[in-house]
Unconditional design. Structure first.
Length: 724
């Protein structure tokens, strides 16, 4: 397998504290001003920094700090975080949170993201965690900075803190409004060492003036005008572009290589190592042309699997199931059931297919390496590169410019390791930018999965028991959402393995496991509703106890104008609901089916995600999730045989087209009294389920495999006609 030598999975342990830059080092880089250190796993209290000049307000940590903010002599705020921006919007929402509790303008805040020399350690940007896990701590840091500045202002103006107010970074004496001082003036070249004496409270929703307001993305102008810098836009003097020899199939082993065809080719540099062979040139097209003249012979892959036999292979895998949730007694539940339903649901391998392919530019100079990389995991990339080069981790710097989409696929950093190794070998900066074919070949796909559900209804039409087993999709969002006395949910394997069961690498794909689990669960619940002769929304409400989900589902029905009817009604309407990343979501869709092709006409998504920082950004994330979800629901599927990937570009791998996109309606329910929850992934989990249910309502055909391609729809319709 063509993988990086170090696989740092999401959630890997934090490195040794001795490898992290110290607070003094950060202070030396930025000079005077106010520094606030943000710590996850914090305890009460604060300590005065060892720095002599600036203020440092740092709560005593139980773990490493993983972000900080700095206020300079002009009052400008710079935030440093290991999080990265790949289109999900923290470059806007994080400043909104800071501006609210610091009382400054959003326009006075800059972000430095994903630079391992400037930003404290972060475990990676994934899982819709940035706002829900990090947001409250981030806001607390801003409030503590505001408290420190107010105390300093009180001493300067010789008034009590309670007599001061702050607006847009200006502190005013409320009894004498002419007496004012700015944040910048308070931090200007002074030796300030202060411990906050009273921990300020965060603002409450009724005090918000920035949080909850829809703001234009701070990076939008750069991106629409083409000024945004990605890893592939970085240039260094003397750099080379690399074209790398790839195996024709996963598991194939290089036997011999012949570079004689390159003799006399001007400017070509050849790097040949046991596990890495590349041709480099100062021009990217020249490097690509030269690689075409290399002759290589490979031992074939030992894999004999293909995209049809994979499901039986995964179903037969001898792995112990782990119980995710259980209650009651399944045997008792089966005894109560008067009608039974057992089904198996299948999901194909799906590519990430981000707009930007994996790219990195590496410059290795002696015992130092600097790498600009498109990655969701800059600190993981740093460790991978350090291991590959034999360097101490602090000698490697990873800088993350804008990332052109990730969806979990840029959690690994093979391209960065390749660029670094080639730079070391040539003594020159080297850029590795994967072609679209390389991107598909080296992807860590959403795994194929097999989900089995056995269930039944009691005499009253309620779910009597629920026995659910998911294989290789992962257990995220696998638990049922309903009030079922006798139930068991179990998982075999996970979304990233274990290794050896898939013919190539798999990994996290936007809301890992949730889309397959929602497809199986909500398709199955819909069938139970039909068996009970009950409207699908009414059936779900009867089985629900969760107040948040009940509210979301009722809001969806009201907004749609839902008219109850038992399915299949012929209307082509489907419903599904789910929970992911702490958020609740319900969807209703209308479809048409003609010649096997499914057309989604209207789509409504209602989401409750706690306190929403930027409603405009949240709406964009919902719309993006719905649209991206059309792909895994209707067309996206990796075809392969004997380790070879057959879909290596968009002429075969069909992404959603503009013509597929229905009328989309999004509703965000207010829940300001609930902490922020994830907003980047919940919408995508329901697309497959709601479309499958709508197709059943339209045709009476139940589709049990994703994607629901025209060929599969036609086959299902023909089978139904033959049965009739």
């Amino acid at each position: 397998m063509n993988r990086s030598p170090l696989s740092l999975r999401p959630g890997a342990p934090v490195q040794d504290e001795a490898l992290l830059p110290t607070r003094r080092e950060f202070v030396k880089r930025l000079g005077t001003g106010l520094f606030v250190w943000v710590v996850l796993g914090r305890t009460a209290g604060a300590e005065v920094s060892e720095a002599a000049h600036p203020v440092t307000v740092r709560p005593k940590p139980t773990g490493d700090f993983n972000a900080f903010l700095h206020i300079d002599e002009n009052g400008h705020v710079t935030c440093f975080t290991g999080k990265i921006e790949m289109g999900q919007g923290p470059i806007t929402s994080l400043p909104q949170m800071l501006a609210e509790d610091l009382d400054v303008s959003v326009d006075d805040i800059s972000m430095v993201m994903g630079d391992t020399d400037l930003c404290p350690f972060d475990q990676g940007t994934w899982g819709s965690q940035t706002t829900q896990t990090f947001g409250t701590v981030w806001r607390t840091a801003a409030a503590e900075a505001r408290g420190a500045l107010l105390e300093e202002a009180a001493e300067t103006l010789q008034v009590p803190v309670a007599q001061l107010s702050v607006h847009l970074g200006v502190v005013t004496d409320t009894k004498d409004p002419a007496r004012k001082i700015t944040y910048g003036q308070l931090t200007m070249g002074k030796k300030i060492e202060r411990q906050v004496t009273a921990k300020p409270n965060l603002k409450t929703p009724d005090q918000f003036r920035i949080i909850g307001k829809p703001l234009l993305r701070k990076d939008s102008r750069e991106k629409v005008t083409g000024r945004a810098v990605y890893a592939g836009d970085v240039r260094l003097p003397g750099m080379l572009y690399a074209s790398i020899l790839r195996a024709p199939a996963h598991g194939a082993v290089l036997k011999r290589v012949d570079t004689s065809g390159l003799k006399g080719t001007e400017g070509i540099v050849i790097v040949q190592q046991p596990d890495l062979m590349a041709v480099l040139h100062a021009l990217p097209d020249a490097a690509e042309d030269a690689l075409g003249k290399v002759r290589a012979e490979f031992e074939p892959s030992p894999s004999k699997l293909d995209d049809r036999t994979i499901y039986a292979h995964l179903e037969q895998a001898k792995l112990e199931a782990r119980v995710v949730a259980q209650g009651g007694d399944l045997d008792v539940g089966r005894g109560l059931a008067v009608r039974r339903l057992s089904q198996t649901y299948l999901g194909a391998y799906v590519a990430h297919a981000a707009m930007e392919t994996h790219t990195a530019l590496a410059h290795v100079e002696g015992d130092h390496a600097t790498v600009w990389a498109s990655t969701q995991n800059p600190f993981g990339a740093r460790e991978e590169i350090a291991l590959a080069l034999g360097l101490p981790i602090p000698k490697v710097r990873v800088i993350t410019p804008f990332v052109g989409g990730g969806f979990g696929g840029k959690s690994f950093n093979l391209q960065a390791v390749e660029a670094a190794r080639l730079s070391k070998a040539t003594g020159r900066p080297v850029q590795v930018m994967w072609t679209r074919e390389e991107e598909f070949f080296n992807d860590t796909f959403r795994p194929a999965s097999v989900i089995k559900v056995d269930s039944g209804l009691d005499a009253a039409g309620r779910i009597a028991f629920w026995d659910y087993e998911v294989r290789f999709s992962g257990d995220r969002a696998s638990e049922h959402l309903y009030d079922i006395a006798h139930h068991r949910t179990a998982a075999v394997g996970g979304f990233n393995g274990p290794p050896g069961y898939h013919p190539f690498e798999v990994g996290a794909w936007r809301a890992p496991g949730s889309s397959n689990n929602a497809f199986a669960r909500e398709s199955h619940v819909d069938q139970l509703a039909s068996m009970a002769g009950v409207d699908p929304i009414e059936f779900r409400l009867r089985q629900l106890k969760d107040a948040r989900l009940t509210r979301v589902l009722k809001a969806a029905a009201d907004h749609w104008g839902w008219q109850p009817a038992k399915g299949p009604s012929g209307r082509g309407l489907g419903v599904a609901c789910g929970q992911d990343a702490g958020s609740y979501v319900a969807a209703i869709a209308e479809v048409g089916v003609k010649d096997g092709k499914i057309t989604v006409k209207r789509a409504l998504w209602v989401q409750e995600m706690g306190l929403v920082i930027n409603p405009a950004g949240a709406k964009i994330q919902m719309e993006g999730g719905i649209t991206m979800g059309l792909g895994y629901a209707l067309s996206e599927e990796i075809h392969f045989k004997d380790g070879a990937i057959r879909d290596t570009n968009f002429d075969r791998y069909a992404l959603p087209r503009f013509s597929w996109v229905p009328k989309i309606e999004t509703v965000i329910l207010e829940a300001d009294d609930t902490p922020p929850r994830g907003g980047g992934e919940p919408a995508i989990i329901l697309t497959g389920a709601v479309i499958a249910n709508a197709v059943h309502d339209a045709t009476g055909v139940r589709l049990l495999e994703l994607p629901m391609s025209p060929e599969r729809v036609k086959a299902a319709l023909e089978a139904k006609a033959q049965q009739a």
